[in-house]
Design a protein around this ligand. Sequence first.
Ligand code: ATP
Ligand code: SF4
Ligand code: MG
Length: 323
Amino acid sequence: MAKNNDNVLLDVIDLNTRFFTGDEVIPAVNDVSFTINKGEIFGLVGESGSGKTVTAHSIMGLVHPPGRVVSGKVVFEGTDLLGLSQKQMEGVRGNRIGMVFQEPMTALNPVLRIGEQISEVIEIHRGCSENNVKERTLELLRQVGFDEPRKRYIQYPHQLSGGQRQRVLMAIAIACNPSLIIADEPTTALDVATESQILGLIEGLIDRLGVSMLFITHDLTIIRSMGQRLGLMYAGRMVERNRVDEFFKRPLHPYGQGLLESIYGFSGSGRLKAIPGSVPNLAELPSGCKFHPRCPCVMDICRGDEPVIKEVGKDQWVRCYLY
Ligand SMILES: Nc1ncnc2c1ncn2[C@@H]1O[C@H](COP(=O)(O)OP(=O)(O)OP(=O)(O)O)[C@@H](O)[C@H]1O
Ligand code: SF4
Ligand SMILES: [Mg+2]
């Protein structure tokens, strides 16, 4: 992992998050490590329940009881966020780190005008004068693609479409010039045409503003066209970190290979091949490699100790005994 590197904006080190429910301990995030460079889009991918959202919430201090980050470091702009108080974290969230979530309706206040919601974020973190805030809000609405910012300013969330609401959330996310934006499935609730518009908007903003992004998705095809590096999660673990171009040419982990076969039919038969079995329940994980019951390459050693993630090339890491 890149250490002492000026180009690294976020360094997540051995993150572990658990949910303590009744007499069960659910290991949602296990020894997850990755870095995000300045100006980079890093894709966090994996099937539903693999721990992507809990990882993002752990980074932002948004894991609430019965959940808890039990160990690890989240070094952002040189500070370990896990060492900050709730109050200090509130100064980071929405300010240095912007956030965009899947369902824009729940993230917006239904009884506040769009302009007021954006202005509120600027005021909380910057406290600038009334005039400046309004101007800045109109400029942000323009930046996220609204031709008539004054009209949008006075509208309520229910008067906008899903795609337009997601644009408003982007405006809120970039309002305070953050250096990192965390986007958790920002287009999952949108139709395909709107999705591609929002993805285009995101890419344009990242480019223009020089901001970094943690882009979370279960849809590998999105990351193929927009990320530089990705982390693949399975059962609360990161099983592969790779450069996006390399991953789509030759994924390292058998799980990544299976996923690509199921999407693109890499098996050569021209037919899509699903990975046999299903994602394990986190409360009843198999021994050893958590993918072993489904792995076509399984060996005896895979059922013993769990493999550690190791470096096999530049920006290429894999958690598998084949390497
Ligand atoms: N509040 C909670 N209480 C108990 N367990 C939880 C809680 N939130 C998450 N978990 C556990 O953590 C696992 C990972 O959840 P997470 O939301 O991070 O998955 P995800 O990868 O974001 O999936 P999706 O693609 O569906 O959003 C869940 O399957 C669940 O077992
Ligand atoms: S460690 Fe073994 S079971 Fe796990 S992915 Fe690698 S080969 Fe398959
Ligand atoms: Mg999620």
